[in-house]
Design a protein around this ligand. Structure first.
Ligand code: SF4
Length: 378
């Protein structure tokens, strides 16, 4: 079996007001060492069960994994290599927040075998960075970027958010022009969504956040897709753009609905048709693991129908779409028969296009992807 390995680090320097990820402001440094011990224990527990699996990619995400010291990150990856069969040319990504890396740490990241850096820039406008509660400013993004480049990172992603409160298309244009001028290898572009439980949600409910209208958001995204494509990026997934040969291998595992193992608080896994999730809260996760129990809180064996629907929804997120032959090989049924009604309706609405090999989203379908996905879920 081939696997992607995800390692979750739930701590951040501060909690951004829009963030609903499984992340917490780090108040006591000693939490990190007990969390790392638990991670080691969980990895060791999997090593026997998965010793014949090839790890094709590793992704250190969070939270802010770079809140750890370079040595801690180095040791975790060494431990992964001792316990799993990590492929020699595995893509190993770390998410990094500008302001949490310096020259020494970057060097240790490279020495650990990390070959892809994902920089959480979010904006190149200091006013928006401040409103987003980010700990860095524009200059720190640029400094971190060049630090990584000069240290030898050949594959750098920049994360940008749009549809921010009070943001105009012109504001986004300035940010994307700056991001493109850095010549990163990959760019992720996510629209801000207001999630329950966040500070932004409370402000939004009190009428304090002025968000762009749907039409304005459409204009921003449309402009961004055209601009990034004109500048050599391939729009290969709804929110992701890559220079040639720089698609994210790890994320492709998710979008192709292939198996992955998630380790750490709240991490999801999908192995042999089972989807399961660890306890979210780090203290609970640590308690379960260190007392020798499984940290899995919940899981289910996905029915064939559910796996087919997930494969379609995830595949449609990508430019490659869903390829008929691959679908038949995997599920032994023809997608055009089993989902005939949904496909016909979505093609007629101009949201899906089909040719002899595949179905994929149209440009209109990309903007209305949720409507398309709902049609398959039924
Ligand atoms: S740095 Fe990232 S994970 Fe941490 S609070 Fe901000 S958005 Fe969430």
């Amino acid at each position: 079996m081939e696997l992607g390995l995800y390692l979750h680090f739930p701590y951040c320097i501060s909690k951004c007001p829009y963030c609903d990820f499984n992340s917490y402001q780090l108040k006591e440094d000693n939490k990190i060492s007990s969390y790392i011990s638990a991670l080691h224990q969980e990895i060791a527990a999997y090593s026997q069960k998965l010793k014949k699996s090839n790890i094709k990619t590793i992704y250190l995400g969070g939270g802010t994994p770079t809140i750890l010291s370079g040595t801690q990150i180095f040791n975790i990856l060494e431990f992964c290599k001792e316990n799993f069969m990590v492929e020699k040319d595995a893509e190993i990504t770390i998410e990094a927040n500008p302001g949490t890396v310096d020259g020494e740490k970057i060097k240790l990241l490279i020495d650990s075998g990390i070959n892809r850096l994902s920089l959480g820039a979010q904006s190149f406008n200091n006013m928006f960075l401040k409103k987003l509660g980010r700990i860095h400013n524009t200059q720190e993004i640029i400094d971190s970027y060049y630090l990584a480049r000069e240290a030898g990172f050949k594959n750098i992603n920049i994360d940008i958010m749009f549809a921010l409160p009070d943001q105009t298309t012109e504001d986004l244009q300035v940010t994307l022009k700056k991001a493109v001028s850095l010549k990163s290898d990959h760019l992720s572009l996510y629209n801000l969504t207001i999630k329950p439980g966040t500070e932004y949600y409370k402000e939004y409910k009190r009428g304090k956040l002025k968000l762009p209208t749907e039409d304005e958001e459409y204009d921003m995204f449309n402009w961004a897709i055209n601009y990034l494509e004109e500048n050599g990026f391939e729009h290969y997934e709804i929110s992701n753009f890559a220079r040639p040969h720089n698609r994210s291998e790890h994320n492709l595992i998710y979008w192709q609905n292939k198996p992955y193992l998630g380790v750490g608080a709240g991490a999801y896994s999908f192995i042999r048709g089972y989807r399961y999730m660890n306890y979210e809260e780090p203290a609970r996760y640590i308690k379960e693991v260190t007392s020798g129990k499984s940290p899995i809180e919940d899981g289910e064996k996905l029915s064939l129908r559910k796996r087919m629907i997930e494969t379609i929804i995830l595949g449609l997120r990508t430019k490659d779409g869903v390829i008929y032959k691959k679908f038949i090989t995997r599920f032994k049924v023809d997608i055009n028969n089993t989902f005939h009604k949904q496909i016909k309706k979505l093609v007629n609405l101009g949201l899906l296009q089909r040719d002899d090999n595949r179905i994929k989203l149209t440009r209109k379908g990309i903007f209305l992807a949720d409507t398309v996905f709902r049609e398959f879920v039924g």
